[in-house]
Design a binder for this molecule. Sequence first.
Ligand SMILES: [Zn+2]
Length: 238
Amino acid sequence: MEIIQRLVSADKYGIKCPYSMTPKGICVHNTANDASAENEIAYMTGNNDYTSYHYAIDDRQIIQAIPENRNGFHAGDGATGEGNRNYIGIEICYSKSGGERFIQAEKNTAVFIASKLKEYGWDISKVKKHQDFSGKYCPHRTLDMGWQRFLDMIRAELSKEDDELTREEVQAMIDASKERVYHYWDELPDWAQAPIKALYGKGYFYGAAPDDLDLSYGTMRTLVVLARALKAEGKIEY
Ligand SMILES: [Zn+2]
């Protein structure tokens, strides 16, 4: 899903995100209202309260308000708090009434968080809830429905990506095992032509047939090293 940026204006950095930040993880929230992500972000970036967060996600959109390299005030643990100073705050929308819009917003959030874990090289332990930092019962509906269930949704997304990676890796292994074999003189790379011709001419090796060298890349390289050694000893010329 595309990430839409509606970044807070720089003149509000002093209120909304005064500190630079190297994120340590994700802090998950529920908005506890029924506003869309767009309205939620417009409200947050438009007012002068210090309360802030990085993303709002609903059933249709992911909207970013604060760059990930600046802090937000969402975790309820104060100006120097672990959550407020180190965690990317994500609000899941439509949590007041729940229903299909919320279910989809949670799904979108799980996919987004999985992509962030991958991007930062984090494991699932980096996904925290607001409650972990201040004790507030947030993300309330996600907690009602089951925090472990939500983590499992993220895990499912991670393993989906892992499966794709594994298929790619398997294909890469197959490709790597198909070592190129050179059959004809004009197939040989320039750096191998003269030394291998010299070896062949002196009868150091024969191909599979008079017109088929049948040399793997590895063997070709070994023969070139051999040719150089023989040339240094004056046993062949090229
Ligand atoms: Zn919260």
